[in-house]
Design a protein around this ligand. Structure first.
Ligand code: IPD
Ligand code: CA
Ligand code: CA
Length: 268
C-alpha cells in the first residue's frame, strides 16, 4: 500500500474511532440490551452492534473496494487476505464495559494483502489512543513509544493472561501453566486482549498469552507491537492465520523462546 494512501486511511480511521468512542461514552449510562453469544459469559450489547455497524457503513461509503472482518457479523465473509481489509472489534472487553464501565477498547487493524499496515486501539474511558502505521513507529496519543528493552529476565517479567488457562487442560496441562505462573514475577488479567497488546507495546507488561483469540482481538495489536520490536506468534511459535482463531503469544522478543519452551512440555 502506498504511504500517501495509508496516511489518509489512518487519519480517516482515527477520526471515526474518536467519533465512535464519544458515542459509546454518551450512551453508556442509558439502558442498553445485553445478550449472550457462545456461552453465558460471552456478552454482546446494543452498543457493540451499533459501533460495528457505524464503522461498516462508513467504510462501505468511503472505500467500497475494501473488505471488513467484524466480530458482530456486519462485515464480509472472507476466504483470503487479499486486498485491503479492516479487522474490527467494536468493543473489546465487553464484560468490562458491562460490569465495570472501564477497561474496554475499540480495536481496528487495517491489513493489505495480509500485511498489517495500520493499528488503532482506543482505550475509551482513559481516552488513550495506541496507534501505529507500519515502519513509522508506535504511539500512545502524541508520544512515540520507545522500542522494548531487550534485556528482560523472565523471572522479572510481568505476563498478561486469563486465569481461565490455569483451570483448563485442553491446550496446555494446568500444572505446566501453574509452574509458568510461579516462574514469572507476576501475572495480570485486564479483560481486553487489545489493551494487553497495547500495554505490552507501552512496556508495562512483558508478554501476553491466550489459548484462543479471534482475528479482531489481535489485528490492531500486532501492528502496534511490531513497531516496538515485539513479536507475535501462536504459542508454538508459528505464524498466525488472520482468518481463524489462533493461540497467541505476544511478547518482548527476548522472552519469546523462553516462554514457548516453558509451555511446550505441557502442550496437548
Ligand atoms: C474478549 C476479551 C478478553 C479475552 C477474550 C475475548 P470481547 O473480547 O478480549 O480479554 O480473554 O478471549 O473474547 O468478547 O470482549 O470482544
Ligand atoms: Ca474481543
Ligand atoms: Ca468485542
Amino acid at each position: 500500500m502506498n504511504s500517501e494512501i495509508r496516511k489518509e486511511i489512518y487519519q480517516v480511521a482515527m477520526n471515526w474511532v474518536k467519533e465512535a468512542g464519544e458515542n459509546i461514552r454518551n450512551k453508556m449510562d442509558s439502558p442498553y440490551d445485553v445478550d449472550t453469544k457462545s456461552n453465558p459469559n460471552d456478552l454482546v450489547t446494543t452498543l457493540d452492534k451499533e459501533t460495528e455497524s457505524f464503522f461498516v457503513q462508513k467504510i462501505k461509503e468511503t472505500y467500497p473496494n475494501h473488505s471488513i472482518i467484524g466480530e458482530e457479523g456486519y462485515g464480509d465473509r472472507l476466504t483470503s487476505m487479499n486486498g485491503t481489509i479492516w479487522i474490527i472489534d467494536p468493543i473489546d472487553g465487553t464484560m468490562n464495559f458491562v460490569h465495570q464501565k472501564r477497561n474496554f477498547a475499540i480495536s481496528i487493524g487495517i491489513y493489505h494483502d495480509g500485511i498489517g499496515e495500520i493499528g488503532i486501539i482506543y482505550d475509551v474511558m482513559a481516552n488513550n489512543f495506541y496507534h501505529a502505521i507500519r515502519n513509522e513507529g508506535a504511539f500512545k496519543n502524541d508520544k512515540q513509544l520507545p522500542l522494548l528493552n531487550q534485556d528482560v529476565d523472565i523471572r522479572e517479567g510481568i505476563i498478561g493472561m486469563n486465569h481461565f488457562w490455569l483451570c483448563d487442560n485442553r491446550f496446555v496441562q494446568k500444572e505446566t501453566m501453574q509452574q509458568f505462573v510461579r516462574k514469572v514475577r507476576g501475572t495480570r488479567t485486564y479483560g481486553s486482549a487489545a489493551l494487553e497488546f497495547a500495554f505490552l507495546a507501552e512496556g508495562i507488561i512483558d508478554g501476553y498469552l491466550s489459548m484462543r483469540l479471534s482475528p479482531w482481538d489481535i489485528a490492531a495489536g500486532i501492528v502496534i507491537v511490531n513497531e516496538v520490536d515485539g513479536v507475535t506468534t501462536d504459542i508454538d511459535g508459528n505464524p498466525l492465520n488472520m482468518l481463524k482463531k489462533n493461540s497467541i503469544l505476544t511478547c518482548n522478543s527476548c522472552l519469546h523462546k523462553e516462554i514457548i519452551d516453558s509451555i511446550k512440555k505441557g502442550r496437548k
